[in-house]
Write a protein that binds this ligand. Structure first.
Ligand code: GLN
Ligand code: ZN
Length: 776
């Protein structure tokens, strides 16, 4: 074996295509515009393109089976036959229609989503949830107590052979059995999915034998839960699983792949497993290198995830070479691989598509394609020595140095303000009880005040106007006039139906983070840098590259315009610092908490300006606060401390009379209730309608003192709830909270609904409030 390079691995390449080919093919297929053969062909072309690209870039462990039409967890569920009865599976080959019914639900009666009406008629999709702490969402597999697992498809084998036919030898990727079960949901919830491990393993054993027979030498088995807090039982499950797999296909080498955090207390369990290789995430947990390196068994391949698969910054090649060289020397090149920290799924495909980015910023970035180049440089540099890759190293060093000293990154004014933050800036002038009284005098509200969470339907007209304006076919003036008209109509209608606290409707916003990011310094936006959020939904997260500040007011104009139309109070409407942070690509040169504090100061400026303009109520949405919780419990408090501090910083610049609202989407509140109380918003609205108000238990048990608006209208469904349904929910709320604490509002996201649904539902909601007050 010649040692021209260390083995290099990407662990997974984005599936969506440089030009979002997969999205367009999926949508065309779902709407019946193209046949399944065409969708399948598009997918095949994409796979070939991605394999070739990786080969050209010098990657030696090219992944296969990382492609998915929708989601790799769903693929795994289907592969092992975890297909709930409602989908009407006949036990044969799983047709695309059934696969998509699991992904998206189906309406039955010839719905285009589901070509063959006999499959999964009128069934809901599987639940969807966040993939660890990323912004990717996976479909939650469901398993039954009497679950029978069976290998239903040979997709991993088929894709291996597909690549082989192109002359590319791949390393298939599969989601490991323990992580699969850990992510699955037991239905009914009378048992633990992991109890089914021994029933699941034969399916993996068969798969491994077939991969072996097809000629695979390695398989990448992803077990990211090894970066979580595990029980002894869960650790034992790994032993059981990997011993069985080693026995089933002794010729197939397993690269046990961990990511999103350190192995830490799972290290001993991981290195004891009979696997040929172990991959660790050194972007998230660089500190684990020495401990892991000394714990792995002699002869075991160590895969070093040094290139961040979650972020878009170019790496300092020289620094990585320095760090890894002694290890490679010690272990020998055969026993080390360099890799992305995790699959590149979480970052955009190609920086070269960005033609409008500031050239300096562009020179600091690296997307999936560029990261392949970084990996192969590292692989070569570690074997052939630095001179062989001198040019690449120097250019990376220059970029890193330029970024570190750039005035585009560091803003002395921001630094000065940060240094000047004192305790007084992080607390309201008086405690809630005192504020409540002055607010009640300034803002006359009835008992059980009614309001909404901010947005109103983004109709076809609104979207059309926005894109016409973006394309330049609708002038700024006409676009503004259109938005004013929509806003005015929304204000008028809210007055008419008798809501107590109005909102302007957010018609001018494309997205609750992008809208603010576009007006803040330190943020950049891309043209094509899409990443998969779920299925065919892709997002273009903002890139925070420098110190953040707010050059000009962002929302004051819209608030003023709306308030000028009504005597009722209109809430100012902002996105909070933690949410803006969590939904962006962030800097890696300062801690997340430092960036969050800067955003908090920028939002604080806006809050103060809204108050100056006359706003009596200002809502600061923190939809993603809970989402940002670290994977390990021990890290929670630190995160919650700075997240809460940021919220307090952004919301405490106002006088006691000004009522601060916040909002959170569906969350488990029990374990963060103290933090929520510490945020000290005067009013919090939360989504609760689907939980039968059980989510309020946490507030009751904590004796949460401030005011709360539990959602009483499930806006995630087109159904219009009637008055009784909402009064019923409210009486459940009243059992848990005092009347004086309660607000009445829907769940969030009215922008995704139609006016025909929203109108009657909110009319009913106002009526429910009247009944509660005894007004009818
Ligand atoms: N104000 C936003 C809205 O009503 C909040 C969205 C959210 O919580 N995700 O759309
Ligand atoms: Zn929400």
């Amino acid at each position: 074996m010649s040692h021209q390079s260390l083995a290099t691995a990407s662990l997974g390449f984005p599936r969506i295509g440089r030009h979002r080919e997969l999205k367009f093919a999926l949508e065309a297929f779902w709407s019946g515009r193209i046949p399944d053969a065409e969708l399948i062909e598009t997918a095949k072309t994409l796979r070939a393109e991605h394999w070739k690209l990786q080969q050209e870039q010098g990657i030696t462990r090219i992944p296969s089976n990382d492609f998915s039409f929708y989601d790799h967890v769903l693929d795994t569920a289907v592969m092992v036959g975890a297909i709930p009865h409602v989908y009407g599976w006949d036990g044969g080959e799983v047709p695309l229609s059934l696969y998509f019914a699991m992904a998206r639900g189906s309406q039955g009666d010839g719905h285009a989503d589901c070509g063959h009406a006999r499959h999964g008629q009128g069934v809901p999709a599987l639940e969807m949830t966040k993939w660890f702490d990323t912004n990717y969402h996976y479909m939650v597999p469901e398993v039954a107590e009497d679950q029978v697992f069976r290998l239903t498809t040979q997709k991993p084998v088929a894709h291996f052979l597909e690549a082989k036919a192109l002359g590319i030898h791949t390393r298939p990727v599969v989601l490991g059995p323990v992580t699969f079960l850990k992510l699955a949901k037991a239905r009914p919830s009378t048992f633990k999915p992991l109890d089914l491990l021994t029933r699941l393993l034969p399916v993996y054993e068969e798969l491994f034998r077939r991969l072996d027979a097809a000629g695979a030498d390695w398989v990448q088995v992803d077990e990211p839960i090894l970066a979580l807090d595990l029980t002894e039982g869960e650790r034992h499950a790994f032993k059981l699983a990997y011993e069985a797999l080693a026995k089933a296909a002794p010729g197939l080498k397993v690269m046990l792949t961990t990511y999103f955090g350190a192995l830490a207390d799972n290290l001993d369990a991981a290195v004891a497993l009979p696997v040929a290789g172990l991959h660790i995430d050194l972007a998230r947990a660089p500190e684990q290198l020495d401990a892991v390196a000394s714990a792995v068994r002699p002869g075991q391949v160590l895969s070093l995830g040094v290139v961040d698969g979650r972020n878009i910054w170019r790496v300092d090649l020289a620094a990585i070479l320095d760090r890894l060289a002694p290890l490679v020397e010690g272990r020998g090149g055969e026993l080390v691989e360099v890799a992305a920290s995790c699959s590149l799924l979480h970052i955009p495909i190609d920086l070269e598509l960005e033609t409008a980015l500031d050239p300096d910023l562009k020179s600091w970035l690296s997307f999936a394609t560029q990261k392949l180049g970084e990996l192969s440089t590292l692989g070569k540099g570690l074997v052939q020595g630095r001179d062989a890759v001198r040019h690449a190293i120097d250019s990376a060093s220059q970029a890193v140095a330029a970024r570190a000293s750039s005035l585009k990154v560091t803003d002395p004014l921001v630094q000065g303000r940060i240094a000047g933050i004192d305790a007084g800036m992080k607390a309201r002038k008086h405690a809630f009880e005192a504020r409540r009284q002055v607010q009640a005098e300034t803002i006359k509200l009835p008992l059980f005040p009614t309001t909404t969470i901010g947005s109103f339907p983004q109709t076809g007209d609104v979207r059309k106007a926005r894109s016409a304006h973006a394309r330049g076919t609708l002038s700024y003036k006409d676009y503004e006039a259109f938005l004013q008209q929509e806003t005015a109509a929304a204000i008028r209608w809210q007055e008419e139906i008798g809501l107590d606290v109005l909102v302007h409707g957010e018609f001018e916003r494309n997205d609750m983070v992008q809208y603010f990011g576009e007006q803040l310094s330190g943020f950049a936006f891309t043209q094509h840098a899409w990443v998969q959020s779920y299925g065919s939904r892709y997002v273009r997260p903002p890139i925070i590259f420098g110190d953040v500040s707010r050059p000009n007011p962002m929302t004051v104009r819209w608030w003023q315009y709306s308030q000028s139309l009504t005597g009722k109070p209109v809430k100012g409407m902002l996105t909070g610092p933690v949410t803006i942070l969590n939904w962006s690509f962030v800097r890696d040169d300062i801690p997340r908490s430092a960036t969050c504090r800067q955003i908090a100061l920028a939002i604080r400026d806006e809050v103060v300006d809204l108050e100056k303009a006359g706003a009596k109520m200002i809502q600061i949405d923190e939809a993603a606060l809970r989402e940002g919780l670290p994977l390990r419990h021990k890290d929670w408090q630190h995160y919650l401390d700075w997240a809460v501090e940021s919220f307090r910083l952004c919301s405490s610049g106002v006088s006691d009379e000004t009522q601060i609202h916040t909002h959170m989407c569906y969350s488990e509140f029990n374990d963060i209730i103290a933090a929520i109380a510490a945020m000290d918003a005067d009013v919090i609205s939360i989504e609760t309608s689907r939980s039968k108000m059980e989510l309020l238990d946490a507030f009751r048990d904590f004796q949460y003192p401030n005011e709360i608006g539990p959602g009483v209208y499930d806006i995630h469904s087109p159904r219009v709830p009637d008055v009784e349904e909402m009064t019923d929910l409210l009486s459940l709320a009243r059992r848990r909270l005092e009347d004086r604490q309660l607000w009445i509002n829907p769940d969030c996201g009215l922008k995704t609904r139609k006016w025909e649904e929203v109108r009657p539902a909110l009319v009913n909601m106002v009526e429910a409030a009247r009944r509660l007050r005894g007004e009818d």
